[in-house]
Design a protein. Structure first.
Length: 554
């Protein structure tokens, strides 16, 4: 079973910030735009611009269309702030306001996130609070002077494990080392009624040693190795199965990394790099039923995702400024790690490829079906599949834009820059790219629609390199039907369209995200204007970093 399971059993653990800017209702409304207002736009086909409405009194002015055909613009009003959870109402009005907003394509219904995603959210937040309040002297600033000896097959060791989804309790289990690889040591809880056969455990160790560990460490750097034994421990325990209440099956928690393990002296931790995993439970004695084959498929996907979190913690907390990476970027990098895992199996192993990639592409479809409804830059929405789709898309776009070429080594050099030990979130992205965050998210927003738009030659600065989503969506839908049948077969980003001069588009701007609309301008001597304001017609606040991104399509 997939780590990403999408059934509507639990409510979302997120309340979207929809509050308008302070004092919005008391500000005077913006004056109507005129032909001589600021924000003059003159674009050739495939040229684009970002209008800052705080510098143009909300206006964008489009000149007369003296060509022989209708002009079409993609319009993306956006909040380009790097501030988490920032939002505002907005209204984008043409010079002649229509009685009602033009009809838009019906979005897909956003799916409730699976238990693994909600667990990741609560655990990452709990870790962050733990790192903030734990005494600095308790952190591992260097490898211990007396390193723990590497385990041997047959060694028995006690471990603290998470006893609940916040890791607030830490029961102890006894486990035996079953397999020792070059990079991992696999321990199995002695209380496990079922486990993988020795051959399967050897196969897991070989997969990590030869593919997953090299891919993650090349892309993100080495783990901290606080115990000095050169190994990542894997603990397979029914305690992880038990984190999932039977009442919510078939959604479940597949595995985890816990930052408390790397805070030396923390009584609930183990002072070691540990990845925790479920064990097979074919009868569902502990929680959800898990056959051997399902566990064999899901553990590698979960490992490569959680190992990035482990590496990130080492860079930021153990050897950095003590603050974990911002939740949205941390998750984006872990979902990018899943894509890296998928590419290790192309073209020889379609099933493994699908298990690694299906969640990322599925989540991206959830985001692109209704991007206005979700934050890119947030601290609470990471439990949502659509949010995770945005994080992955943005990281993927950055890698494609800022790698020197398309080869893996160049990609890895860039993603290692995103493991900066001092900066987090938007500041981290800016230090890695040398570009402003507003310009990056603006380009990304346009790229999501125009990168592989048929019949359109998108500028290189607005392109994904490794993906052609309009063709890749149906390909993955067909190839991965056995892994997940609820993946759309067509690209879901379908903006509404109509006469730009009659536009009346209202909604909410959320950090990093935007709305999409195709504005047409017929042939004729009259231009048109757009006024970009709050939902009540007042000026958008500067701290939101509002932008009206415009690219000429035809």
């Amino acid at each position: 079973m997939l780590k990403h399971r999408w059934v509507g059993l639990w409510p979302l653990l997120v309340t979207w910030a929809a509050a308008c800017s302070s004092g919005e209702g008391t500000q005077p409304p913006l004056a109507p735009c005129t032909a001589t207002s600021g924000g003059q736009i003159s674009l050739a086909i495939a040229a684009y611009v970002a209008i800052d409405p705080t510098q143009t009194v909300g206006c964008a002015v489009f000149p007369a269309n003296m060509t022989a055909a209708t002009i079409e613009y993609l319009l993306v009003p956006q909040a380009a702030s790097g501030v988490v959870d920032d939002s505002s109402s907005f209204l984008l009005r043409g010079a002649t306001v229509a009685a009602a907003a033009p009809p838009a394509a019906a979005p897909l219904v956003a799916e409730v996130p699976g238990l693994q995603q909600r667990f990741d959210l609560s655990l990452r937040q709990a870790e962050r609070q733990l790192a903030l309040r734990f005494p600095a002297q308790g952190r591992a600033l260097q490898a211990p002077s007396a390193a723990r000896a590497p385990p041997q097959v047959g060694d028995v060791r006690s471990f603290h494990v998470c006893g609940d989804t916040l890791c607030a309790t830490h029961p102890t289990v006894s486990a035996t080392a079953k397999v020792i690889g070059r990079r991992i040591a696999v321990f199995v809880d002695n209380a496990a009624a079922d486990t993988l056969a020795t051959a399967d455990l050897n196969g897991l160790a070989a997969l990590v040693d030869t593919l997953l560990y090299p891919a993650d460490t090349a892309a993100f750097g080495r783990e901290s190795d606080v115990d000095g034994n050169g190994l990542v421990l894997v603990l397979m325990s029914p305690k992880i199965n038990a984190l999932t209440p039977k009442t919510v099956c078939p959604v479940y928690i597949a595995g985890l990394f816990y930052g408390g393990d790397l805070l030396l002296g923390f009584p609930g931790g183990n002072n070691a790099e540990i990845f925790y995993s479920i064990v097979p439970d074919p009868t569902g004695a502990t929680s959800c039923a898990h056959g051997t084959d399902a566990v064999k498929h899901i553990v590698p996907v979960t490992f490569i995702h959680e190992f990035q979190h482990m590496i990130s913690w080492g860079h930021h907390v153990t050897h950095g400024n003590g603050i974990p990476e911002d939740l949205w970027l941390n998750e984006g990098l872990s979902h990018y790690a899943e894509e890296l895992g998928a590419r290790l199996f192309v073209p020889q192993d379609t099933i493994s490829f699908c298990y690694f990639i299906f969640g990322d592409v599925h989540n991206s479809a959830q985001y692109l079906a209704n991007p206005e409804s979700y934050f890119l830059v947030d601290s609470t929405g990471i439990g949502g599949l659509a949010n995770r789709g945005a994080y992955w898309l943005f990281v993927r776009f950055l890698v494609d834009q800022f790698s020197a070429d398309t080869f893996t080594a160049s990609n890895d050099a860039f993603t290692r820059r995103l493991q900066d030990p001092i900066h987090t979130g938007a500041a981290n992205v800016m230090q890695a790219t040398g570009a402003s965050f507003a310009s990056l998210v603006g380009r990304w927003a346009l790229a999501n629609y125009v990168s592989d738009l048929p019949g359109f030659n998108a500028p290189s600065t607005l392109q994904y390199v490794k993906w052609r989503f309009r063709s890749d969506y149906p390909t993955i839908h067909n190839a991965c039907a056995l892994v997940g049948s609820n993946f759309p077969s067509t690209y879901p980003l379908a903006p509404g369209s109509g006469d730009g001069s009659a536009l009346s588009l209202a909604g909410t701007l959320r950090s990093g995200s935007g709305s999409y609309y195709l504005g047409q301008q017929p042939v004729g001597p009259a231009g048109f204007t757009l006024l970009f304001s709050t939902g009540t017609g007042t000026a958008l606040r500067t701290s939101l970093v509002p932008r009206l991104n415009v690219i000429r399509i035809h």
